[in-house]
Design a protein around this ligand. Structure first.
Ligand SMILES: [Zn+2]
Length: 265
C-alpha cells in the first residue's frame, strides 16, 4: 500500500508518469473524501493521489472535506503527504512561476473544522508543521532540475472564496510571503494523524498589493509551466523521499491528548 500521498489539482501528473492501478473511495467518520483516491506508481513508488477540490473542482476552499481527506489517506496506510497548491505572492522576490517550499503559516480562516478532537478540551502543539526531510529532498531536487525555488516562506491562509482586498493584501505583506486558501487545516490535521506533511506552493500572481492587474491568460500560462515542473519534481523526488522516512510526526509524541483518535482496524 502507498506510504506517500499527493494532494493536488488537475494536471500535476500525466498518464505517462503516474500509472493508476486501482481507485478507492472510502467512507470515514467525517464523510467521503473530496474524490476517489487513485492508487498507482510514480517512478517506481507506490502513491495515492487525491484531488483536493474533487476532480471537477466542486468544493470551494471552505467546503473541501479536509478531515475526510486526511482520515481516508491515513486509513490507507499513508505516512507522508505532499501537498501541491497555487498561491499569490506578497513579496517582490517570490515571483510568478517560482516554487515555494513552505516552512510556516498563519491561519486567517474563519469557518473550518480545525481538529479531529470534537469531544474533549485539548491544546495541540505544532512546533514544526512541515516535514524537514521531505522539504529538504524537494529543495535539493528542485536545485538539480534548475527550478527557481524558495526554501522557506510563510503562507497566510485566508477563508476565501474571495481574494484579498488591496488593504488586506498590504496588511498581510507585513507578516507573510505567500497567500492561499487551502493549507489550513490540511497541514495540522496531517500532524494530528501522525503523518509527515510538506507543501509545494507555486506562485501564480502578485495578489492585490501590486498595481498590476492580474491577467487570466498570464495566470493560466504560469500555471501550465508550474504544473510541468511540479510533475518532474514529484517524479524525481519521491524515490528519495521514500528511502528516508524521517519520523518527525510520531502521533504519540505529537500530542499526548490524541490517544482517543483511533483508526478503525
Ligand atoms: Zn517528517
Amino acid at each position: 500500500m502507498p506510504k506517500i500521498a499527493i494532494i493536488g489539482g488537475t494536471g500535476i501528473y500525466s498518464k505517462d508518469t503516474f500509472k493508476v492501478d486501482s481507485v478507492v473511495c472510502p467512507d470515514t467518520p467525517y464523510g467521503k473524501p473530496a474524490d476517489s483516491i487513485r492508487i498507482g506508481k510514480m517512478n517506481g513508488v507506490d502513491v495515492a493521489f487525491l484531488y483536493r477540490h474533487g476532480e471537477d473542482h466542486r468544493f470551494n476552499p471552505t467546503e473541501v472535506p479536509y478531515r475526510a481527506n486526511m482520515w481516508a489517506l491515513k486509513e490507507l496506510g499513508v505516512e507522508m503527504v505532499v501537498s501541491a497548491c497555487a498561491v499569490g505572492s506578497l513579496q517582490e522576490e517570490y515571483a510568478p512561476g517560482d516554487l515555494v517550499i513552505v516552512d510556516d503559516f498563519i491561519d486567517f480562516t474563519k469557518k473550518r473544522d480545525l481538529t479531529f478532537v470534537d469531544d474533549a478540551a485539548v491544546h495541540i502543539s505544532l512546533p514544526e508543521p512541515f516535514c524537514p526531510h521531505m522539504s529538504e529532498v524537494f529543495a535539493d531536487t528542485a536545485k538539480e532540475l534548475g527550478i527557481t525555488y524558495h526554501r522557506g516562506g510563510t503562507y497566510i491562509c485566508i477563508e476565501g472564496p474571495r481574494f484579498s482586498t488591496k488593504a488586506e493584501s498590504n496588511m498581510f505583506r507585513d507578516y507573510a510571503d505567500i497567500i492561499g486558501m487551502t493549507l489550513v487545516p490540511e497541514c495540522q490535521l496531517a500532524k494530528e494523524l501522525g503523518m509527515c506533511y510538506c507543501s509545494l506552493a507555486t506562485v501564480t500572481d502578485y495578489d492585490m498589493w501590486k498595481d498590476e492587474p492580474v491577467d487570466i491568460k498570464m495566470v493560466s500560462d504560469t500555471m501550465a509551466k508550474c504544473l510541468n515542473y511540479i510533475s518532474k519534481l514529484l517524479e524525481a523526488g519521491l524515490p528519495k523521499i521514500i528511502s528516508g522516512r524521517c519520523g518527525c510526526s510520531d502521533p504519540a509524541e505529537a500530542s499526548g491528548s490524541l490517544e482517543h483518535l483511533k483508526l478503525r482496524p
